[in-house]
Write a protein that binds this ligand. Structure first.
Ligand SMILES: Nc1ncnc2c1ncn2[C@@H]1O[C@H](COP(=O)(O)OP(=O)(O)OP(=O)(O)O)[C@@H](O)[C@H]1O
Length: 852
């Protein structure tokens, strides 16, 4: 620990508009050495000296380089540090600390530059040093501590702790790993700061803001650790409220600001006047938080910001004096280090040695005391001393002999010797020190024991780590070989997949072939249908030879077959009853038809044979395909399962990526397999249904064929019967003709009777017509009379029309009567009925019209 003064640097900003407008002029002169400034005041010229003075046009970068950079190195070495800006409102404190734009390389202030420097240094630090950086951001507004990173915490308490020192309880700490992250924290904190427009500054900070950066570093080799805290303080500006015209809330803020700044001044006074026993740190939140920075464990830099203009001369002089005073503050910065186990051991050894020396010293003193008490005397040269104890030259402990013992009764004859009083004080002192030392020793022993245990644990851990490293190396090797195996397996799997792809392709081809065959089969069916249709047409055509006999066999439907059967049966019945006669031509025709039937039957049989063959082939193919497909499916599944299982087993300990790739591959393969399987199953289903259709067709054909055979057999037998009966038929032909003539004569007689009946009926109808004519004539007469009476032209026209119609009807009736004489009975009947109908039609229409 060494005493170190606060570093004070002074910065002047350029004159601002208000100052110029008020007619102020620059009154500062920075001397060449860069550490002194002369103020050409109204009344006197004053010189102020600091560690560094920056003129009006100093760049942000230069302020950092020349005054701040070393502080960063201090923090990284384990010291606490503080940089704070002091000055009147609008003097450039925020400009200096944060800058007008932290993203602009020129405009950014010292805080962003410090952050950059910290991370640059961390990056360049040895690899065995491990760093952590934490950032907090607070403001003291109206004497309340607000967390700018957690604005809801707006009145945080300040605590003190043996290990932590002075700290704000509950303040949010953000771990950061880069400059950008710190910038983000700064920006979010800045957004929560309280600023207001004042007469001195358009954006005046109404609070003291503190950025706290905590850096801890740990030596991974020795276990030693260091930590440094850096307080970056932008104080609110002091202001003369009369000058700035503050009122209302701004006035209240100004009062609080000035009060806390006064407290800061008082602390500095107490620290520097050399008389004060008490430093009033607790008078304000600001001084309490900055307690370590002012006269404590910190390397502190104060930046005093001033106006160069005569308009603000009094404030500038005040600020400069503040800086001068602060410059004399002595701090006691020390490295905040946790000792390594080795260092602790050495310390313990030393303390133990000291303890032994003390014990020896105490023992020597006690012996000496006993001698004195016993009335003995100890020579000056033999008196016990700490020096002798540490050199180990103390006389060996002696027990006082009884002879030399003298009672220590108080001798009233003389006053108590000062030796006794000294003895008592010394004893108390020794006892106190002994207790202290034994406490220290006990503490150190406990510490040592703890450290020993920690060291042993560490050694065990180290051993375990070495072993695990070995195991890891072995595992690594095995993993590498497994990885190679897996790679091989993946390759194999990809080959297998390709193979299965090829298989699937071949299946597709087979499928395509089947489809082609199916198409051909369909074509064949179409052709058959076409043949059937043409046969039906032939049947329907009157030019066909077999027209009057039977429909063509190859187009026989169920109804046709039934009709044919009935016809055959009738023919057979007729033949059996002898009521049917066949001419020579008919017999010839029957023969021809029979030959045709035979031909068609042959064709049908050939067709059925070919169909049978087709069916067998198709069934075989279907079976083959199904077998192949099943085999392929089984193979594919086995392959897939095997590949997946192998990959799963092999890749259990593999890196995540390979595992994921494999699982993706697996999912893809499974999806592909499922899709293909579905497609193939659909195809198989289609093929099956087609085959079933074919089967049905085949069965129908079979039935038709059977029926045709039966018909053929019947016809054959009929033909045989015809052949047999042919001879007898020719012989009986004349008789049959005779019979037919007779039957014809009978029929003619029957027709004659019917004709006579009809003629009678006609006659009676004609009579009725005559009667009707008469009644019509009468009606006409009546009508004419009515017409004459009405003299209506329209009625006359209608009447004339009716008359014409009647005449026509009469003609028709006459023609019909004439025809009746010539035509058959039916025709006569029809004619009469027609005439009657016509008559009644015209009559009814006339009658309706007349009535209307
Ligand atoms: N060195 C400089 N160069 C140029 N402009 C400056 C400089 N210093 C300060 N300024 C400008 O002066 C104005 C006041 O500065 P700033 O806000 O930093 O003052 P402050 O001391 O923080 O005031 P307050 O105490 O009221 O918050 C700002 O507009 C700032 O940009």
């Amino acid at each position: 620990m060494s005493g170190n003064n606060i570093r004070v640097v002074c910065r002047f900003r350029p004159s601002n508009k208000t100052e110029i407008a008020e007619g102020g002029v620059p009154i500062v002169n920075v001397l060449e050495d860069g550490t002194s400034v002369v103020i050409n005041g109204k009344e006197a010229q004053q010189t102020f000296a600091y560690d560094k003075v920056f003129g009006m046009d100093t760049l942000q970068k230069d302020v950092f380089e020349y005054s701040i950079k070393p502080t960063v190195l201090d923090i990284l070495s384990g010291y606490n540090g503080t940089i704070f800006c002091y000055g009147q409102s609008g003097s450039g404190k925020t400009y200096t600390m944060m800058g007008s734009d932290i993203d602009d390389d020129k405009a950014k202030g010292i805080i962003p530059r410090i952050v950059e420097q910290i991370f640059d240094s961390i990056m360049q630090a040895p690899a065995n040093l491990e760093f952590t950086v934490r950032v907090s951001y607070l403001e003291i507004y109206m004497e309340k501590v607000r967390d700018l990173l957690n604005p809801s915490a707006d009145n945080l308490p300040i605590h003190e702790d043996k290990t932590k020192g002075i700290y704000v309880k509950g303040l949010r700490e953000v771990y950061v790993s880069s400059t950008e992250e710190v910038y983000e924290v700064m920006k979010s904190g800045n957004n929560n700061r309280v600023v207001a427009s004042t007469g001195m500054n358009a954006e005046s900070s109404r609070s003291h803001s503190i950025v706290l950066v905590t850096i801890t570093q740990k030596n991974l080799d020795t276990g030693a650790a260091k930590s440094g805290k850096l307080y970056l303080v932008d104080l609110a500006g002091s202001e003369k409220v009369g000058k700035t015209g503050a009122s209302g809330q701004t006035l209240e803020e100004a009062k609080k600001i000035n009060k806390s700044l006064t407290a800061l001044g008082m602390v500095i006074n107490s620290l520097t006047d050399g008389k004060s026993n008490h430093v009033p740190y607790r008078d304000s939140k600001l001084t309490r938080i900055l307690q370590e920075s002012l006269g404590g464990n910190s390397r502190t830099t104060l930046i005093i910001n001033c106006s160069p203009n005569s308009y603000n001369e009094p404030e500038t002089i005040s600020t400069l004096r503040f800086g001068v005073r602060a410059k004399t503050i002595k701090n006691k910065a020390k490295v905040n280090a946790d000792l390594s186990p080795a260092e602790l051991k050495a310390l313990l050894k030393r303390v133990k040695g000291e303890s032994v020396t003390f014990q020896q010293y105490i023992q020597a003193l006690e012996n000496e005391l006993l001698i004195w008490r016993a009335g003995g005397e100890v020579l000056d040269s033999q008196w016990a001393s700490m020096d002798k104890a540490s050199k180990g030259t103390l006389p060996s402990p002696r027990t006082p002999t009884p002879s030399s013992f003298r009672p220590t009764l108080p001798d009233d004859s003389r006053p108590a010797t000062p030796a006794l009083a000294l003895e008592k004080d010394e004893r108390e002192e020794f006892l106190r020190r002994e207790t202290e030392l034994s406490e220290q020793v006990a503490e150190k022993e406990t510490e040592l024991a703890n450290k020993d245990t920690a060291a042993q644990t560490l050694q065990t851990e180290l051993q375990a780590l070495k072993e695990s490293e070995k195991a890891m190396a072995t595992t690594n090797q095995s993993i590498t070989s497994e990885l190679n195996d897996v790679k091989l397996q993946i390759q194999k799997a990809s080959y297998d997949r390709k193979e299965s792809d090829i298989n699937v392709d071949s299946l597709r081809e087979a499928n395509a072939e089947l489809v082609t065959e199916l198409e051909q089969f369909k074509k064949t069916i179409e052709e058959l249908k076409a043949q059937k249709a043409s046969a039906v047409q032939q049947d329907a055509s009157p030019a066909t030879e077999a027209d009057n006999v039977a429909p063509s066999i190859d187009v026989l439907s169920d109804e046709d077959i039934l009709a044919l059967e009935q016809e055959t049966k009738q023919t057979l019945d007729q033949l059996n009853t002898g009521s049917f006669e066949l001419t020579e031509d008919q017999v010839q025709q029957l023969r021809k038809q029979l030959q045709q039937y035979k031909l068609q039957l042959g064709q049908q049989e050939t067709l059925i044979d070919s169909l049978q063959k087709d069916k067998t082939e198709l069934t075989d193919k279907r079976q083959n395909l199904e077998t192949r497909l099943n085999l392929l499916e089984v193979e594919y599944e086995e392959l897939l399962e095997k590949a997946i299982a192998d990959e799963e087993v092999a890749l259990d300990d593999q890196p995540e990526e390979i595992h994921r790739t494999i699982s993706e591959l697996k999912t893809k393969l499974e999806q592909e397999f499922v899709t293909r399987k579905e497609i193939q199953q659909k195809e198989i289903q289609e093929l099956r249904s087609q085959l079933e259709e074919k089967d049905l067709q085949y069965k129908e054909m079979d039935t038709t064929l059977a029926e045709l055979k039966i018909t053929h057999d019947k016809l054959q037998s009929t033909l045989e019967t015809q052949k047999k009966s042919k001879v007898s038929l020719v012989g009986d032909k004349d008789k049959d003709v005779e019979k037919m003539r007779k039957s014809m004569a009978e029929q003619m007689a029957y027709f004659e009777v019917m004709k006579k009946g009809l003629m009678r009926d006609l006659q009676s109808r004609c009579e009725k017509v005559v009667e009707l004519e008469i009644s019509l004539e009468e009606t006409r007469e009546q009508y004419n009379q009515v017409l004459k009476a009405s003299n209506n032209k329209a009625q006359q026209k209608k009447m004339a029309f009716l008359e014409r119609n009647l005449e026509q009807l009469t003609n028709v009736q006459k023609q019909a009567s004439a025809v009746l004489g010539r035509n058959s009975e039916n025709n006569e009947k029809t004619s009469v009925v027609l005439t009657m109908h016509l008559f009644f039609f015209f009559f009814s229409s006339w009658w309706n019209k007349t009535r209307n």
